[in-house]
Design a protein around this ligand. Structure first.
Ligand SMILES: [Zn+2]
Length: 417
């Protein structure tokens, strides 16, 4: 799989070159707009063919602007992309105006920008300009990682900060991990997330806190919107950001845990199940709020796991909460719906219900066939707190661990995400 990230890096632009940057962006937009205006055939239809456009506008752009050759090419290429999506919309019968470019940005490629670890040089209308970066830890971690190829970027001007940013596109090919070890993860309301390795990510009070809930609810009433999902998408308020930060932390730690246990897979449930398992069936807002949070969390997990070559797989959800992860006995009486505690009627296995579910979710990936794996993961293993277990329930201790099977069934770790 290929991992692509866009890393925004603030630039320290020399005072006497700021005007060059501003004018470069301005002329870049002009070149985009010029392309749209002249990229039509005699009937007025937009031409979306690159070489035809090149013949029509390239020389004009070189004459009319001070942009270097490759910024002209990036400008008409950007225009063509926008023209294509406009034409596609027209074909669907939607009305849409011609593309118009006035955003404060310009696209750079390997011929117009040289990206170093701590500085870059960018082509402008007035020759190349060397700039230093103003870096945070996040940006630094990508720039210092030599596995990432860094050859493209977009120059942005942020008016509110009066600052230029280079949004560097970093890419690396990540090999999918060998191995067949699985981390099972249960997403639920009580703990947010519980792993088969026995970690409880307790976002609890803070994540599902009343503030966030009431804020969404008030916003719904205020705007008369029917869908909380729409409101959540729009809300950029403090509580929403706070919840997203928390989900970021939790997803990062889950991926770290999968990495620490040498897992090649993270198994989660398809989201439909979470909806069914929620007790607050009559509260639509709460339900939508939770669905939104779980969807965000799953997306963050997949996004972060890809950097490690770890795949996130969604398994069919049925019965993960009422099946005994130790003996396989399934009964709705196994789980106390009041307390969430699991106690197997067959073998007596007694454990936190969400932890039991996390193990079942991982075990399902081992045993349930899918298109890619007609036999499930076959010889795969589920990672436990120490050691691992295969699809037949056979336990293997870690090499370095002297723990027996029993001790692995008593999760103790508790992390507040
Ligand atoms: Zn049992």
């Amino acid at each position: 799989m290929e991992v692509t990230r866009t890393v925004p890096v603030k630039l320290s632009v020399p005072d006497d070159r700021e005007a060059d940057f501003h004018q470069t962006i301005e002329q870049f937009n002009h070149a985009c707009n010029y392309t749209v205006q002249h990229g039509k055939n005699d009937d007025g239809y937009l031409i979306c063919n690159k070489s035809t456009i090149h013949d029509k506008v390239y020389h004009d752009l070189r004459d009319e602007t001070d942009l270097p050759a490759n910024l002209c090419i990036r400008a008409y290429s950007k225009a063509i992309e926008a023209m294509k999506s406009t034409v596609a919309d027209w074909k669907k019968g939607n009305s849409r105006p011609l593309p118009r470019f006035d955003e404060a940005s310009a696209v750079y490629d390997k011929r117009t920008v040289t990206i170093n670890d701590r500085s870059a040089t960018l082509s402008t209308i007035n020759g190349r300009v060397a700039v230093d970066y103003v870096l945070g830890d996040y940006q630094q971690s990508y720039l210092d990682d030599d596995d990432y190829e860094k050859r493209m970027g977009t120059l942005h001007y942020r008016e509110d900060e009066d600052a230029f940013y280079l949004h560097i596109v970093v890419k690396k090919a990540v090999e999918e991990r060998d191995g067949d070890r699985v981390l099972g993860v249960d997403l639920n309301l009580k703990n947010v997330a519980v792993t088969s390795t026995g970690t409880f990510y307790d976002g609890g009070e803070l994540l599902w806190g009343q503030n966030h809930y009431f804020r969404v609810r008030r916003s719904l009433q205020h705007k008369g919107t029917r869908s909380a999902t729409q409101v959540l998408r729009r809300l950029s308020g403090r509580e929403n950001r706070f919840v997203l930060d928390r989900l970021h932390t939790i997803s990062r730690r889950i991926v770290d845990e999968a990495d620490a246990h040498d897992c090649a897979y993270i198994a989660v449930e398809r989201l439909t199940h979470i909806r069914e398992r929620m007790d607050n069936g009559n509260d639509r807002v709460k339900r939508q709020l939770h669905n939104w949070a779980f969807r965000e969390l799953q997306e963050m997990l997949a996004y972060k796991a890809s950097e490690y070559g770890i795949r996130v797989e969604r398994i069919p959800p049925a019965f993960t909460s009422q099946t005994c992860s130790k003996c396989g006995h399934q009964s709705s009486a196994n789980r106390d719906s009041e307390t969430g505690w699991f106690e197997c009627n067959e073998c007596g296995y007694s454990v936190d219900g969400d932890y039991n579910a996390a193990k079942n979710i991982g075990l399902k990936l081992l045993t349930v066939p899918s298109g890619k794996r007609p036999d499930g993961l076959g010889d795969g293993h589920l990672a436990l707190k120490s050691g691992m277990v295969n699809g037949n329930g056979e336990y293997t201790a870690d090499d370095s661990s002297s723990s027996d099977r029993e001790s692995t069934d008593k999760p103790t770790t508790s992390v507040v995400g």
